[in-house]
Write a protein that binds this ligand. Structure first.
Ligand code: FES
Length: 359
């Protein structure tokens, strides 16, 4: 019975194979190569472009291409000029709109023109024939290098990169000019009228300025700070600053109280703390994130950005992570009313160690 079923299975496979054109009997499970597979239709007949048959049209296409590249140059330069002639005035919304509009239009023209020019060059002027690129192992032997050089030479010949000097030079000009608007815009990141280095070197802290809670601005009394507590602190006079957020970003401080016995203070800094209360810049010395996490048991401050850790009991020295220098300490004391006040500004620049290189 079982033998019969097997024979009948073998017969049906052979029939199926024959119906597909395979010769002879075929065992079950054998792959059959059919002789009526879809034939490779090949490439359609090649149609020449107008620029291949008419030299005038070819010349015209060339003119379009280099005009587009020159337009791109004009767009890039226009963008730079727009940045200069439509400056951003603080608080003037129309000035911001005009600056954005014209700088953007210039950059859009530069990018569009160089893109369309490159596409038009490829479609209308570069060689138009189909070729087969055989696969081969990638190897940098001499024969391959020579073949590559030949390909480059052929591409150069067919694209006319060396021959069409006007197109080539205008393209190079467009590509050189294109980054200019981006570089120009970097100027907008720096303060417009003052030396940015000087601006960033000093904070609002000065002798006698009270330490206040962030964000309420309520001054802090030394008696309010219990052992183990931590306060986010701003200068009491912060609201008087012309650029409040800029000043706050530099002057922000963390205040903590430790048991004085736990503090390992350098002799020259013993007067910078008050009854175990110490104040350190909150701006991480790695890349400037706010160091906001205080672990009161270990006295460690953690920066959440890249996990730098600072030991508050030892002048906020770095004990882990990518930061390269301790958090700057703000020397503090108390005034006659018992409020915590700064003795001076920080003695070193706050923030990323980039400042170290300017010393
Ligand atoms: S900014 Fe603090 S660790 Fe990177």
């Amino acid at each position: 019975m079982a033998e019969e079923a097997m024979n009948s299975g073998s017969d049906s496979a052979a029939v199926a194979a024959r119906s597909h054109g395979a010769a002879g009997d075929v065992a079950v499970g054998t792959a059959v190569v059919s002789d009526d597979a879809v034939q490779n239709p090949g490439l359609p007949a090649h149609r020449k472009r107008v620029t291949d048959t008419d030299p005038k049209k070819e010349k015209r296409a060339e003119r379009i291409v280099f005009t587009l590249f020159y337009l791109s140059i004009a767009g890039s330069l226009g963008s730079v000029l727009a940045y200069m002639f439509f400056p951003i005035e603080t608080g003037d919304l129309m000035a911001i709109r005009l600056n954005t509009l014209f700088v953007g239009l210039g950059m859009a023209l530069a990018l569009l023109a160089v893109g369309i020019g490159a596409v038009h060059w490829g479609k209308a002027l570069m060689a138009d024939h189909e070729s087969i690129d055989e696969r081969h192992p990638v190897a940098s032997d001499t024969a391959t290098r020579e073949a590559s050089a030949e390909v480059f030479e052929l591409a150069d010949k067919e694209s006319g990169f060396s021959r069409r000097s006007l197109v080539r030079n205008s393209l190079i000009g467009a590509l050189v000019a294109f980054p200019l608007p981006g570089i120009t815009l970097l100027r907008g990141l720096a303060p417009q009228d003052k030396d940015p280095v000087e601006l960033l070197k000093h904070t609002m802290w000065d002798k006698g300025i009270r330490l206040a809670r962030d964000p309420s601005g309520v001054p802090i009394k030394a008696s309010d700070v219990t052992i183990g507590s931590a306060f986010h602190v701003i200068p009491e006079n912060l609201h008087e600053a012309e650029h409040v957020l800029d000043e706050k970003a530099k002057a922000i401080v963390l205040l903590m109280r430790l048991d004085p016995a736990d503090l390992k203070e350098l002799p020259e800094r013993k007067t910078w703390s008050y009854n175990g209360i110490v104040a350190y810049s909150k701006v991480c010395t790695h890349v400037g994130c706010p160091v906001a996490l205080y672990e009161q048991r270990t006295h460690h401050l953690l920066c959440p950005c890249h996990q730098s850790q600072f030991d508050v009991s030892e002048h906020a020295k770095v004990i882990f992570g990518p930061a390269k220098r301790p958090l700057p300490q703000l020397p503090i004391t108390v005034d006659e009313e018992g409020y915590l006040v700064a003795q001076s500004d920080f003695h070193e620049p706050v923030g990323p160690s980039f400042w170290e290189r300017l010393k």
